[in-house]
Write a protein that binds this ligand. Structure first.
Ligand code: GLA
Length: 400
Protein backbone atom coordinates (compact mmCIF):
# COMPACT_ATOMS: atom_id res chain seq x y z
CA UNK A 1 0.00 0.00 0.00
CA UNK A 2 1.22 3.50 -0.92
CA UNK A 3 0.88 4.79 2.61
CA UNK A 4 3.67 2.51 3.93
CA UNK A 5 6.85 4.48 3.15
CA UNK A 6 5.26 7.61 4.60
CA UNK A 7 4.10 5.72 7.70
CA UNK A 8 7.60 4.30 8.14
CA UNK A 9 9.11 7.76 7.94
CA UNK A 10 6.62 9.05 10.55
CA UNK A 11 7.54 6.15 12.85
CA UNK A 12 11.28 6.82 12.38
CA UNK A 13 10.79 10.50 13.06
CA UNK A 14 8.80 9.66 16.21
CA UNK A 15 11.55 7.33 17.44
CA UNK A 16 14.28 9.87 16.81
CA UNK A 17 12.35 12.66 18.56
CA UNK A 18 11.00 10.73 21.56
CA UNK A 19 13.31 7.72 21.90
CA UNK A 20 10.48 5.13 22.01
CA UNK A 21 8.19 3.39 19.54
CA UNK A 22 4.81 5.01 18.83
CA UNK A 23 1.76 3.15 20.08
CA UNK A 24 -0.70 4.61 17.58
CA UNK A 25 -0.36 5.12 13.83
CA UNK A 26 -3.14 6.58 11.67
CA UNK A 27 -3.53 7.92 8.14
CA UNK A 28 -6.11 9.97 6.20
CA UNK A 29 -5.97 10.76 2.47
CA UNK A 30 -6.31 13.88 0.33
CA UNK A 31 -8.81 13.88 -2.53
CA UNK A 32 -9.66 14.93 -6.06
CA UNK A 33 -13.16 15.58 -7.23
CA UNK A 34 -14.13 14.15 -10.63
CA UNK A 35 -17.14 16.44 -10.94
CA UNK A 36 -19.70 18.31 -8.81
CA UNK A 37 -17.57 21.37 -8.01
CA UNK A 38 -18.80 24.12 -5.72
CA UNK A 39 -22.01 22.17 -5.27
CA UNK A 40 -21.63 20.70 -1.77
CA UNK A 41 -22.70 23.82 0.14
CA UNK A 42 -25.75 24.07 -2.11
CA UNK A 43 -26.87 20.58 -1.09
CA UNK A 44 -25.91 19.09 -4.47
CA UNK A 45 -24.03 16.00 -5.59
CA UNK A 46 -20.24 15.61 -5.56
CA UNK A 47 -18.19 12.77 -7.04
CA UNK A 48 -14.77 12.66 -5.35
CA UNK A 49 -12.19 9.93 -4.80
CA UNK A 50 -9.36 9.67 -2.30
CA UNK A 51 -5.83 9.88 -3.70
CA UNK A 52 -2.83 7.81 -2.69
CA UNK A 53 -1.43 10.77 -0.76
CA UNK A 54 -1.88 10.80 2.99
CA UNK A 55 -1.39 12.65 6.22
CA UNK A 56 0.05 10.17 8.70
CA UNK A 57 0.33 10.64 12.48
CA UNK A 58 2.49 8.51 14.78
CA UNK A 59 1.77 9.03 18.48
CA UNK A 60 2.57 7.63 21.91
CA UNK A 61 2.20 8.41 25.61
CA UNK A 62 3.99 11.37 27.14
CA UNK A 63 5.21 11.41 30.74
CA UNK A 64 2.43 13.05 32.69
CA UNK A 65 2.88 15.32 35.67
CA UNK A 66 0.12 13.97 37.96
CA UNK A 67 -0.56 17.51 39.25
CA UNK A 68 -1.10 19.04 35.80
CA UNK A 69 -3.85 18.49 33.25
CA UNK A 70 -3.02 16.20 30.30
CA UNK A 71 -1.56 17.79 27.17
CA UNK A 72 -0.85 16.80 23.57
CA UNK A 73 2.28 17.88 21.70
CA UNK A 74 2.20 17.80 17.90
CA UNK A 75 5.17 18.22 15.59
CA UNK A 76 4.69 18.64 11.84
CA UNK A 77 7.24 18.07 9.10
CA UNK A 78 5.48 20.58 6.83
CA UNK A 79 6.67 23.52 8.92
CA UNK A 80 9.17 21.82 11.26
CA UNK A 81 7.19 23.23 14.17
CA UNK A 82 5.94 21.90 17.49
CA UNK A 83 2.88 23.02 19.47
CA UNK A 84 1.20 21.83 22.67
CA UNK A 85 -2.47 22.02 23.65
CA UNK A 86 -4.32 20.98 26.83
CA UNK A 87 -6.52 17.89 26.70
CA UNK A 88 -8.77 18.67 29.68
CA UNK A 89 -10.77 21.35 27.82
CA UNK A 90 -11.22 22.55 24.22
CA UNK A 91 -8.99 25.50 23.37
CA UNK A 92 -10.89 28.45 21.89
CA UNK A 93 -10.43 29.41 18.20
CA UNK A 94 -7.98 32.20 17.34
CA UNK A 95 -8.15 34.84 14.60
CA UNK A 96 -4.82 33.81 13.13
CA UNK A 97 -4.97 30.52 11.21
CA UNK A 98 -1.97 28.18 11.32
CA UNK A 99 -1.58 24.40 10.82
CA UNK A 100 -2.33 24.06 14.53
CA UNK A 101 -5.79 25.62 14.06
CA UNK A 102 -6.92 22.46 12.21
CA UNK A 103 -5.42 20.24 14.89
CA UNK A 104 -6.76 22.23 17.86
CA UNK A 105 -10.21 22.53 16.27
CA UNK A 106 -10.47 18.81 15.68
CA UNK A 107 -9.19 17.91 19.15
CA UNK A 108 -11.70 20.42 20.58
CA UNK A 109 -14.54 18.68 18.70
CA UNK A 110 -13.42 15.29 20.04
CA UNK A 111 -13.18 16.58 23.63
CA UNK A 112 -16.68 18.05 23.31
CA UNK A 113 -17.88 14.56 22.43
CA UNK A 114 -16.35 13.27 25.65
CA UNK A 115 -13.40 11.51 23.99
CA UNK A 116 -10.75 11.52 26.72
CA UNK A 117 -7.05 10.85 26.14
CA UNK A 118 -3.97 10.85 28.38
CA UNK A 119 -1.00 13.06 27.52
CA UNK A 120 0.63 12.16 24.19
CA UNK A 121 3.29 13.21 21.69
CA UNK A 122 2.51 13.07 17.99
CA UNK A 123 4.49 13.39 14.77
CA UNK A 124 2.60 14.50 11.65
CA UNK A 125 3.95 13.74 8.19
CA UNK A 126 2.10 14.39 4.97
CA UNK A 127 2.65 13.96 1.25
CA UNK A 128 -0.57 15.77 0.31
CA UNK A 129 0.74 18.96 -1.33
CA UNK A 130 -0.19 22.00 0.77
CA UNK A 131 -2.35 24.62 -0.91
CA UNK A 132 -2.76 22.51 -4.07
CA UNK A 133 -6.52 22.09 -3.75
CA UNK A 134 -6.13 18.42 -2.78
CA UNK A 135 -7.61 18.81 0.71
CA UNK A 136 -4.43 18.72 2.75
CA UNK A 137 -6.36 20.42 5.56
CA UNK A 138 -9.24 17.90 5.56
CA UNK A 139 -6.71 15.04 5.58
CA UNK A 140 -5.03 16.62 8.62
CA UNK A 141 -8.34 17.06 10.45
CA UNK A 142 -9.52 13.54 9.67
CA UNK A 143 -6.14 12.07 10.68
CA UNK A 144 -6.33 13.93 14.03
CA UNK A 145 -9.91 12.70 14.64
CA UNK A 146 -8.83 9.14 13.80
CA UNK A 147 -5.93 9.47 16.24
CA UNK A 148 -8.29 10.70 18.97
CA UNK A 149 -10.56 7.70 18.31
CA UNK A 150 -7.63 5.33 18.69
CA UNK A 151 -6.26 7.00 21.85
CA UNK A 152 -9.63 7.45 23.56
CA UNK A 153 -11.01 4.05 22.61
CA UNK A 154 -14.19 5.65 21.22
CA UNK A 155 -15.47 5.33 17.67
CA UNK A 156 -17.04 7.99 15.53
CA UNK A 157 -19.37 7.04 12.67
CA UNK A 158 -18.03 8.20 9.28
CA UNK A 159 -20.48 11.10 8.78
CA UNK A 160 -20.18 12.16 12.44
CA UNK A 161 -16.40 12.30 12.10
CA UNK A 162 -16.58 14.23 8.82
CA UNK A 163 -18.98 16.79 10.30
CA UNK A 164 -16.81 17.23 13.40
CA UNK A 165 -13.84 17.97 11.11
CA UNK A 166 -15.89 20.32 8.95
CA UNK A 167 -16.88 22.20 12.09
CA UNK A 168 -13.18 22.54 13.02
CA UNK A 169 -12.53 24.06 9.59
CA UNK A 170 -15.45 26.51 9.98
CA UNK A 171 -14.77 27.57 13.56
CA UNK A 172 -10.96 27.32 13.79
CA UNK A 173 -9.78 27.94 10.20
CA UNK A 174 -12.63 30.37 9.43
CA UNK A 175 -13.31 28.66 6.11
CA UNK A 176 -17.04 28.07 5.42
CA UNK A 177 -16.40 24.90 3.39
CA UNK A 178 -18.96 22.26 2.41
CA UNK A 179 -18.81 18.62 3.47
CA UNK A 180 -17.11 16.98 0.51
CA UNK A 181 -13.46 16.96 1.58
CA UNK A 182 -13.99 15.61 5.08
CA UNK A 183 -16.51 12.98 3.92
CA UNK A 184 -14.24 11.52 1.26
CA UNK A 185 -11.15 11.58 3.50
CA UNK A 186 -13.03 9.82 6.31
CA UNK A 187 -15.05 7.34 4.25
CA UNK A 188 -13.36 6.63 0.88
CA UNK A 189 -13.09 3.07 -0.42
CA UNK A 190 -10.27 1.70 -2.53
CA UNK A 191 -11.14 1.45 -6.25
CA UNK A 192 -14.35 3.44 -5.79
CA UNK A 193 -15.56 6.96 -6.46
CA UNK A 194 -18.03 8.28 -3.89
CA UNK A 195 -21.27 9.83 -5.08
CA UNK A 196 -22.32 11.96 -2.14
CA UNK A 197 -25.70 13.61 -1.91
CA UNK A 198 -24.75 16.62 0.19
CA UNK A 199 -28.35 17.31 1.19
CA UNK A 200 -29.23 13.88 2.60
CA UNK A 201 -25.54 12.98 3.22
CA UNK A 202 -26.21 9.62 1.60
CA UNK A 203 -23.22 7.96 -0.08
CA UNK A 204 -23.13 5.57 -3.04
CA UNK A 205 -19.80 3.98 -3.94
CA UNK A 206 -19.33 3.63 -7.70
CA UNK A 207 -16.70 1.06 -8.68
CA UNK A 208 -13.71 2.26 -10.68
CA UNK A 209 -11.66 -0.87 -10.73
CA UNK A 210 -10.64 -0.96 -14.39
CA UNK A 211 -6.83 -1.09 -14.12
CA UNK A 212 -6.47 0.42 -17.62
CA UNK A 213 -7.75 3.77 -16.40
CA UNK A 214 -5.79 6.04 -14.12
CA UNK A 215 -6.49 9.33 -12.46
CA UNK A 216 -3.82 11.88 -13.31
CA UNK A 217 -3.41 14.83 -10.96
CA UNK A 218 -1.47 17.74 -12.46
CA UNK A 219 -0.46 20.62 -10.23
CA UNK A 220 -0.20 24.08 -11.83
CA UNK A 221 2.06 24.95 -8.90
CA UNK A 222 0.40 28.33 -8.73
CA UNK A 223 -1.83 29.67 -6.01
CA UNK A 224 -3.19 33.07 -6.94
CA UNK A 225 -3.19 35.63 -4.17
CA UNK A 226 -6.78 36.15 -3.18
CA UNK A 227 -8.48 38.24 -0.59
CA UNK A 228 -9.96 35.12 1.02
CA UNK A 229 -13.47 36.35 0.38
CA UNK A 230 -13.93 34.60 -3.02
CA UNK A 231 -15.25 31.34 -1.60
CA UNK A 232 -17.70 32.88 0.93
CA UNK A 233 -18.85 35.36 -1.73
CA UNK A 234 -19.78 32.57 -4.11
CA UNK A 235 -21.50 30.65 -1.38
CA UNK A 236 -23.42 33.78 -0.44
CA UNK A 237 -24.48 34.50 -4.06
CA UNK A 238 -25.96 30.99 -4.32
CA UNK A 239 -27.81 31.42 -1.02
CA UNK A 240 -29.24 34.74 -2.23
CA UNK A 241 -30.60 33.15 -5.41
CA UNK A 242 -32.14 30.34 -3.35
CA UNK A 243 -33.87 33.00 -1.22
CA UNK A 244 -35.23 34.79 -4.30
CA UNK A 245 -36.56 31.47 -5.61
CA UNK A 246 -38.08 30.69 -2.21
CA UNK A 247 -36.20 27.44 -1.61
CA UNK A 248 -33.91 26.44 1.28
CA UNK A 249 -31.04 25.42 -1.04
CA UNK A 250 -30.31 25.68 -4.77
CA UNK A 251 -30.59 21.90 -4.75
CA UNK A 252 -34.33 22.38 -4.26
CA UNK A 253 -34.86 24.16 -7.57
CA UNK A 254 -34.37 23.51 -11.30
CA UNK A 255 -32.71 25.15 -14.27
CA UNK A 256 -36.18 25.90 -15.67
CA UNK A 257 -37.22 27.70 -12.46
CA UNK A 258 -33.99 29.71 -12.58
CA UNK A 259 -34.58 30.72 -16.19
CA UNK A 260 -38.16 31.68 -15.33
CA UNK A 261 -36.90 33.96 -12.53
CA UNK A 262 -34.09 35.47 -14.63
CA UNK A 263 -35.56 38.99 -14.87
CA UNK A 264 -36.18 39.11 -11.13
CA UNK A 265 -32.61 38.03 -10.40
CA UNK A 266 -31.07 40.42 -12.93
CA UNK A 267 -32.95 43.29 -11.26
CA UNK A 268 -30.92 42.72 -8.07
CA UNK A 269 -27.65 44.45 -7.37
CA UNK A 270 -25.02 42.09 -8.78
CA UNK A 271 -27.86 40.09 -10.34
CA UNK A 272 -25.95 39.04 -13.46
CA UNK A 273 -23.21 37.43 -11.35
CA UNK A 274 -25.76 35.75 -9.06
CA UNK A 275 -27.57 34.30 -12.05
CA UNK A 276 -24.34 32.82 -13.46
CA UNK A 277 -23.34 31.31 -10.13
CA UNK A 278 -26.70 29.57 -9.82
CA UNK A 279 -26.59 28.43 -13.44
CA UNK A 280 -23.23 26.79 -12.80
CA UNK A 281 -24.68 24.86 -9.89
CA UNK A 282 -27.79 23.68 -11.73
CA UNK A 283 -25.93 22.63 -14.88
CA UNK A 284 -23.22 20.95 -12.78
CA UNK A 285 -25.89 18.80 -11.14
CA UNK A 286 -26.90 17.51 -14.57
CA UNK A 287 -23.28 16.92 -15.60
CA UNK A 288 -22.58 15.01 -12.40
CA UNK A 289 -25.48 12.65 -13.01
CA UNK A 290 -24.46 12.23 -16.67
CA UNK A 291 -20.83 11.54 -15.86
CA UNK A 292 -21.73 9.00 -13.22
CA UNK A 293 -24.01 7.08 -15.58
CA UNK A 294 -21.51 7.28 -18.44
CA UNK A 295 -18.77 5.91 -16.19
CA UNK A 296 -20.90 2.91 -15.24
CA UNK A 297 -21.50 2.26 -18.95
CA UNK A 298 -17.82 2.85 -19.78
CA UNK A 299 -18.88 5.53 -22.19
CA UNK A 300 -15.59 7.43 -22.03
CA UNK A 301 -16.52 9.95 -24.69
CA UNK A 302 -19.44 11.22 -22.61
CA UNK A 303 -17.35 11.14 -19.43
CA UNK A 304 -14.83 13.43 -21.13
CA UNK A 305 -17.49 15.76 -22.51
CA UNK A 306 -18.95 16.26 -19.04
CA UNK A 307 -15.53 17.02 -17.56
CA UNK A 308 -14.68 19.64 -20.21
CA UNK A 309 -18.13 21.22 -19.97
CA UNK A 310 -17.74 21.31 -16.17
CA UNK A 311 -14.45 23.15 -16.52
CA UNK A 312 -15.96 25.72 -18.89
CA UNK A 313 -18.78 26.38 -16.48
CA UNK A 314 -16.33 26.87 -13.59
CA UNK A 315 -14.28 29.20 -15.79
CA UNK A 316 -17.12 31.30 -17.23
CA UNK A 317 -20.10 31.10 -14.87
CA UNK A 318 -18.48 30.42 -11.53
CA UNK A 319 -15.22 32.25 -12.35
CA UNK A 320 -12.92 30.20 -10.14
CA UNK A 321 -10.43 29.06 -12.79
CA UNK A 322 -7.22 30.82 -13.86
CA UNK A 323 -5.10 30.89 -17.05
CA UNK A 324 -2.76 28.15 -15.80
CA UNK A 325 -5.63 25.71 -15.16
CA UNK A 326 -7.13 26.64 -18.53
CA UNK A 327 -3.84 25.88 -20.37
CA UNK A 328 -3.70 22.41 -18.86
CA UNK A 329 -7.34 21.63 -19.66
CA UNK A 330 -7.06 22.99 -23.22
CA UNK A 331 -3.96 20.91 -23.83
CA UNK A 332 -5.71 17.83 -22.47
CA UNK A 333 -8.62 18.51 -24.83
CA UNK A 334 -6.27 18.74 -27.80
CA UNK A 335 -4.64 15.41 -26.89
CA UNK A 336 -8.13 13.89 -27.07
CA UNK A 337 -9.43 10.37 -26.72
CA UNK A 338 -7.20 9.11 -29.54
CA UNK A 339 -4.17 10.28 -27.60
CA UNK A 340 -5.41 8.41 -24.52
CA UNK A 341 -6.93 11.40 -22.70
CA UNK A 342 -10.51 10.74 -21.57
CA UNK A 343 -11.21 14.12 -20.01
CA UNK A 344 -9.84 16.84 -17.75
CA UNK A 345 -10.96 19.71 -15.56
CA UNK A 346 -9.87 21.83 -12.61
CA UNK A 347 -10.55 20.21 -9.25
CA UNK A 348 -11.24 21.69 -5.81
CA UNK A 349 -11.82 25.33 -4.87
CA UNK A 350 -9.89 26.79 -7.87
CA UNK A 351 -7.70 29.89 -8.51
CA UNK A 352 -4.71 27.58 -9.00
CA UNK A 353 -4.07 24.11 -7.64
CA UNK A 354 -4.62 21.02 -9.73
CA UNK A 355 -6.43 19.55 -12.69
CA UNK A 356 -7.83 16.03 -12.59
CA UNK A 357 -7.69 13.95 -15.77
CA UNK A 358 -8.80 10.43 -16.60
CA UNK A 359 -6.21 8.77 -18.79
CA UNK A 360 -5.76 5.35 -20.41
CA UNK A 361 -2.79 3.74 -18.69
CA UNK A 362 -0.95 2.91 -21.91
CA UNK A 363 -0.81 6.63 -22.78
CA UNK A 364 0.04 7.92 -19.31
CA UNK A 365 3.69 8.82 -19.86
CA UNK A 366 3.08 10.49 -23.22
CA UNK A 367 0.18 12.49 -21.78
CA UNK A 368 2.19 13.60 -18.75
CA UNK A 369 5.04 14.71 -20.97
CA UNK A 370 2.78 16.61 -23.36
CA UNK A 371 1.04 18.45 -20.51
CA UNK A 372 4.33 19.28 -18.83
CA UNK A 373 6.00 20.58 -22.02
CA UNK A 374 3.06 22.70 -23.12
CA UNK A 375 2.59 24.18 -19.67
CA UNK A 376 6.28 24.99 -19.27
CA UNK A 377 6.42 26.62 -22.71
CA UNK A 378 3.52 28.90 -21.81
CA UNK A 379 4.21 29.70 -18.18
CA UNK A 380 7.87 28.97 -17.47
CA UNK A 381 6.63 26.92 -14.50
CA UNK A 382 7.07 23.16 -14.11
CA UNK A 383 4.02 21.10 -13.29
CA UNK A 384 4.24 18.25 -10.86
CA UNK A 385 1.94 15.40 -11.70
CA UNK A 386 1.18 11.98 -10.33
CA UNK A 387 -1.11 9.13 -11.24
CA UNK A 388 -3.34 7.54 -8.63
CA UNK A 389 -6.02 4.91 -8.25
CA UNK A 390 -8.99 5.64 -5.96
CA UNK A 391 -7.53 5.05 -2.50
CA UNK A 392 -8.93 4.00 0.89
CA UNK A 393 -10.17 6.51 3.46
CA UNK A 394 -8.91 7.12 7.01
CA UNK A 395 -7.36 4.10 8.71
CA UNK A 396 -5.57 2.90 11.80
CA UNK A 397 -2.29 1.20 10.83
CA UNK A 398 -0.46 -1.47 12.80
CA UNK A 399 2.36 -0.09 14.95
CA UNK A 400 5.85 -1.64 14.66
C1 GLA B 1 -13.20 23.33 -1.24
C2 GLA B 1 -14.19 23.08 -0.10
C3 GLA B 1 -15.22 22.03 -0.47
C4 GLA B 1 -15.86 22.33 -1.83
C5 GLA B 1 -14.79 22.64 -2.87
C6 GLA B 1 -15.38 23.07 -4.19
O1 GLA B 1 -12.42 22.18 -1.43
O2 GLA B 1 -13.52 22.67 1.06
O3 GLA B 1 -16.19 21.91 0.54
O4 GLA B 1 -16.79 23.37 -1.71
O5 GLA B 1 -13.89 23.65 -2.44
O6 GLA B 1 -16.11 22.04 -4.77
Amino acid sequence: MQVSPLAKSAVNEYISRYGTFPTALVAAPGRVNLIGEHTDYNGGFVFPLAIERYTVIAAGPKEEDPQSPPTATFWTDSFDEEATIPLDRPVPPEDKVTWMSYVAGTVAGCLEKGMKASSFNAVIRSDVPLGGGLSSSASLEVAVATLMEKLSGSTLEGPEKALLCQHAEHAYAHMPCGIMDQFISAMAREDHVMLLDCRSQETTFVPMSNPDIVVLVTNTNVKHQLSGSEYPERRHACEEVAKILGVPLLRDTTLEALEAAKERILAQENGEVMFRRARHFLTEEIRTRNLCEAMLQRNWKTVGQQMYAGHQSLRDDYQVSCPELDYLVNKAYSIGLNGGMIGSRMTGGGFGGCTVSLVFRHALEAVQEALENDYFARTGIHTTSFATRPAAGAMVLPTP
